[in-house]
Design a protein around this ligand. Structure first.
Ligand code: MN
Length: 730
């Protein structure tokens, strides 16, 4: 689609009026003068006035028959970036639509592509499509890039290489994806010219040298095909053409050969009236020349994602050569040439066709990325967000990371490296410090802030969106939990063995350790400690395995002589633990041993904290307990009361209440009655009087929870003669 027209305000205006007679040309003229003023004095690398570039871009967009806002954007696209013009000024003079478009193009221009890795390039393409929520931004950007590529020879070598590589990696594939094949073809050939000038000029020369030969061949084979079509009453045009240089280059690269045969650079295209005729024409061709098996492709029945439709076949020609043939309708031809741009053409007095093909087109376009949620929404707004579900952000080194929508610094950190994720305390987004809950936007540059003392916590799971980050955090927590259980289990194991004059070493020596591990179907001693720490295996069960029955009985007999037998102590401790375990849930730790601290005797309903205590599992204190406050914060774990606990009343908790009262006869009895009337059992009571005729009473009561205790307290406070009631905390 090269043209001979010189880009001027007049050629733009004429082109627009040719397909859009009602266009507000005043606004276009105003935009032209606005840009001309803004760029005054600036020169292109070629030495030409800068204004030539936006004028060319605008004319290109007019030739694509785009709407007025797109063409005005073409004129203004470099003003914000390169001159003192602000978005506000553009919005005031040309409206929000144009201001948004210019803003979008400016943002895209700021992205510089830094590596040519395949995957990286794909991310960039996606990011660009995601950032340009309005597809017209991409069309303006493509026209901009096309003009820059056409005038690339004025730039120094290294810049030429970089821009050509970026164009080949990013913009040509985008043009292809949008179905605008002529832009793709022209960009690719320009890239080849600047990236591999030797190859380009050699190929161009060879193609030119074979021109006469090619024309003769086209005339011959084209003539035969034309006649055959006529024979079957098919009206179509047959065109033979040389393939574009970049596609010849790729073909040579793929087959690792030098091209020297004519048909390597040739392709025929047959354009007919309708789809039925496409298939008829195919039949005629296959009857004339033998088809090459496996080379037939039906893109009419199954269009490409960019809506390209055509029949492709390869046949054996008159000289035994392979001939590539494409068959399509006029409409398909137009789509193949202009792709998405065709849909914003001015038709029947307005832009954006009502056409349901438009919806279909978009749906197909989106097939390579999930389904479009509401096609009508798209038609209403001409806005398109191909990757609404993702954000694309940069590492400080310019790599692109694709993250789910709503992702934050932690998702990014885990995408970089697991260890970076674990140590992440925050991030700098575009140079500004942000908290972990910050949400990232496409185009952001993220620098992770880490601290060696940081560790993941369960709360992080609420902050992250990516499954990778979630999995890594869960794995860390699980590992940490296992480590704690192992420590605890080891301590319990050593203590338990000591009761029977055994040590880990002695068990290892005798081989009993290995037997024990096998007996519980485990792999290592650490597994045993973990199982013990989690309470999956009891110390009693282990002792039964390694201590002979008679020794056990002997030990029990010795024990009976003492205050309380060992087994009884073990049983009591186990019972206390199981009560505690029913009452409390420890965050991130299943099946761990739990005990209540004696210093503050927490009651269900109290706000509580837990501490890992070596050899004793988790000790639960009230949050206000002074011992808890003194405890090492590193050992702290989150604990909470189980909701069901006060209802099933499985746990009676001892608590002490101190009452100060007048020393009056019968008051102690009255107080006892008050406590009992609340359904609370008194385990013991002490009383002592003072010299000033007051009495201190200390009740040890068994309650279910804090609310029952409060009931008791208020019942006592109501008694005549009672001065104060308080719960005893040490
Ligand atoms: Mn530009």
């Amino acid at each position: 689609m090269s043209r001979n027209k010189t880009a001027t305000l007049k050629t733009i205006t004429d082109t627009v009026l040719s397909y859009y007679p009602d266009a507000k040309i005043d606004l276009l003229t105003k935009a032209y003068h606005f840009a001309d003023e803004a760029h005054r004095g600036q020169l292109r690398s070629s030495g030409d006035p800068y204004m030539i570039h936006p004028t060319e871009v605008a004319l290109q967009l007019a030739e694509l028959k785009l709407d007025l806002a797109s063409i005005i954007t073409g004129l203004l696209h470099d003003t914000v970036e390169d001159t003192g013009v602000t978005r506000e000024q553009i919005e005031k003079d040309f409206g929000a639509d144009v201001a948004d478009l210019v803003d979008g193009v400016t943002k895209l221009s700021k992205i510089t592509f830094r590596t040519s890795e395949e995957k990286q390039a794909e991310n960039f393409r996606k990011m660009i499509l995601a950032m340009a929520k309005d597809i017209r931004v991409i069309l303006v950007k493509l026209a901009d890039r096309l003009n820059n590529m056409r005038t690339l020879e004025h730039l120094p070598q290294h810049k030429r290489q970089a821009i050509a590589q970026e164009t080949l990696d990013i913009y040509a594939p985008i043009a292809n994806r949008l179905g605008i094949s002529w832009i793709k073809i022209e960009l690719e050939d320009l890239c080849l010219r600047h990236l591999h000038p030797d190859v380009y000029y050699k190929l161009a020369q060879k193609v030119a040298m074979k021109k006469a030969e090619r024309e003769r061949y086209i005339e011959e084979v084209g003539g035969i095909l034309n006649e055959k079509l006529k024979e079957y009453e098919l009206h179509g045009s047959v065109m033979g053409r040389a393939k574009h240089l970049y596609s010849i280059f790729k073909k040579m690269e793929r087959r690792n050969v030098d091209f020297d045969q004519l048909y390597d650079i040739l392709a025929f295209r047959i354009v007919v009236d309708n789809i039925t005729e496409c298939y008829k024409a195919l039949g005629v061709i296959h009857a004339t020349y033998k088809p090459v098996p496996g080379r037939f492709k039906d893109y009419i029945a199954m269009p490409k994602a960019n809506n390209y439709q055509s029949l492709h076949t390869t046949v054996i020609g008159p000289y035994g050569e392979r001939v590539e043939i494409q068959i399509r309708t006029q409409e398909m031809q137009q789509v193949a040439e202009s792709g998405i741009a065709a849909h914003w053409r001015y038709k029947e007095g307005r832009f954006s066709s009502s056409a349901k093909d438009n919806v279909e087109w978009v749906q197909r376009l989106l097939e390579w990325h999930k389904e479009l949620k509401d096609p009508n929404e798209f038609l209403d707004t001409v806005k398109i967000d191909l990757f609404a579900e993702d954000v694309f952000v940069f590492t400080p080194r310019g790599e692109v990371k694709q993250l789910p929508h709503g992702a934050g610094p932690l998702d990014f950190a885990y995408a970089v490296h697991t260890d970076v994720g674990h140590k992440c305390v925050g991030a700098k987004v575009n140079g500004k410090i942000v908290p972990l809950k910050h949400r990232l936007q496409s185009g952001d540059t993220i620098e992770v802030v880490t601290s060696p003392s940081q560790t993941p916590s369960k709360d992080w799971l609420k902050l992250v969106k990516s499954s990778r980050a979630k999995a890594k955090i869960r794995a860390f927590i699980k590992e940490q939990e296992r480590n704690r259980a192992a420590d605890l289990g080891e301590e319990m194991f050593e203590k338990g063995l000591r009761q029977y004059e055994r040590t880990v070493k002695s068990l290892e020596k005798s081989g009993e350790m290995q037997k024990l591990i096998q007996r519980f179907s485990l792999q290592t001693s650490r597994d045993l400690y973990v199982a013990l720490g989690y309470g999956r295996i009891s110390m009693e069960a282990i002792i039964t395995e390694i201590v002979p029955k008679e020794d056990l009985e002997k030990k029990q007999a010795e024990g009976r002589a003492e205050d309380e037998s060992f087994m009884k102590r073990v049983f009591k401790a186990a019972q206390r633990r199981s009560e505690a375990r029913n009452a409390i849930t420890v965050a991130n730790l299943d099946d761990i041993l739990i005990r209540f601290a004696r210093c503050c005797t927490p009651l269900p309903g109290d706000s509580i904290v837990g501490f890992i205590t070596r050899g004793r599992g988790v000790t639960v204190h009230t949050a206000a307990c002074s011992k808890a406050i003194d405890n090492d914060a590193e050992r702290r774990v989150e604990v909470r009361w189980n909701a069901a606990i006060s209802e099933n009343k499985a746990v009676k908790r001892h608590v002490q209440i101190r009452v100060l009262s007048q020393d009056e006869p019968g008051l102690l009895a009255e107080m006892s009655t008050a406590i009992s009337s609340c359904g609370v059992n008194i385990a013991s009571a002490q009383i002592r009087t003072t010299k000033d005729k007051k009495a201190w009473a200390l009740f040890d009561v068994e309650v279910n929870d804090i609310s029952q205790l409060q009931k008791v307290q208020s019942a006592l406070e109501k008694k005549r003669g009672v001065i104060s009631v308080e719960r005893v905390r040490s």
